[in-house]
Design a protein around this ligand. Structure first.
Ligand SMILES: CC(C)(COP(=O)(O)OP(=O)(O)OC[C@H]1O[C@@H](n2cnc3c(N)ncnc32)[C@H](O)[C@@H]1OP(=O)(O)O)[C@@H](O)C(=O)NCCC(=O)NCCS
Length: 286
């Protein structure tokens, strides 16, 4: 018989093999938006699922699911996903979602989601990694902008100017550089773009790991929005990164729904990437 229980720091250990080390650490952090469930068959641990609730969006995300090879095709995955959806329905989530990365498409996962009435997996985000070879691409023609444009390194962006920008309304909240904590931002590589001495855009870069900078967030004022300006920002930051020689790689991501950027990335960046992955998303209304 399959038994499902909510796991706590005291009962999670026998299920550790079914969780990534990073997920395990998050669970031990006692953030109550995480729900870990364990499944056992006749008292033997058979699989586990972990979910996380985005309270603001009211969306529950399945962070990981794993059923022991010995116990597959016996309904454990179905029981775990169903119990997870029920738990989050109680905490008033409107939707449950899951993302997974190709090409490591877990065997059986698509089949089980389909059987449980989840949506057909659709591309969600493309993630890529590059090195300095990108500077050999024809994109380099975008490097220099006209004399009305200038760049300012984030660490030289004064407190007064930041305050002024915080109070301005010309950029969407989603693209605000202030969404990130100051200590997350790499102040040597992030850039402000100025047009006629006024702030007109930015590129915010955050360290991803000890050899990679993640090109996190870029925005250019709407009336100046042409890919050339964004590209110029990226290339300027790339040149700084290369000159500093501290991080060997640059990582970026594009939302699959942003068709203009996807087309651009496919055509101009993909040929120069070391790694290019697509995450897929599937979900169900609760
Ligand atoms: C996907 C997974 C969770 C399914 O668990 P499970 O306990 O075997 O699933 P269930 O027994 O509940 O299967 C339910 C239905 O899904 C479908 N299904 C499950 N696995 C399948 C497979 N390998 N091929 C085809 N269909 C499959 C079937 O329709 C099945 O019903 P059936 O057995 O009556 O035909 C399990 O295979 C697994 O853990 N895979 C590895 C996942 C992974 O890598 N996770 C880490 C990233 S998040």
């Amino acid at each position: 018989m399959i038994n499902i229980e909510q796991l706590s720091v005291f009962s999670i250990n026998p299920y550790k093999n079914f969780l990534y080390e990073s997920t395990f650490r998050l669970l031990v952090s006692l953030d109550t938006n995480y729900i870990p469930l364990g499944a056992s068959i006749d008292g033997v641990p058979a699989g586990a699922i972990v979910g996380w609730l985005d309270q603001k969006a009211k969306i529950a995300l399945v962070v990981s699911i794993y059923v022991s090879k010995k116990f597959r095709r016996r309904g454990v995955g179905t029981a775990l996903l169903t119990a997870m959806a029920d738990s989050y329905k109680k905490s008033e989530a409107d939707e449950i979602k899951m993302t997974f990365v190709s090409p490591e498409f877990p065997e059986g996962l698509q089949a089980i989601l389909k059987k449980l009435g989840w949506s057909e997996p659709a591309p969600f985000i493309h993630t890529f990694k590059m090195d300095k070879k990108i500077m050999e691409s024809p994109l380099i023609r975008y490097r220099k902008l006209g004399p009305e444009y200038s760049y300012l390194i984030w660490k030289n962006f004064s407190a007064d100017e930041r305050e002024a920008l915080k109070n301005q309304k010309w950029y969407p909240h989603n693209f605000s550089p202030f969404r990130l904590d100051e200590n997350e931002i790499d102040a040597d590589n992030s850039l402000i773009l100025k047009y006629k001495s006024e702030v007109a855009g930015w590129l915010i870069v955050t360290p991803e790991d000890e050899e990679t900078l993640f090109y996190h967030l870029a925005y250019v004022r709407e009336d100046l929005q042409r890919l050339g300006r964004l590209m110029s920002l990226f290339l300027e930051a790339g040149s700084i990164q290369i000159a500093q020689n501290k991080y060997a790689y640059a990582a970026g991501r594009v939302n699959a729904k942003n068709t203009r950027m996807v087309t651009f990335t496919d055509k101009h960046l993909k040929p120069y990437t070391l790694k290019f992955e697509t995450s897929y998303e599937s979900g169900k209304q609760l």
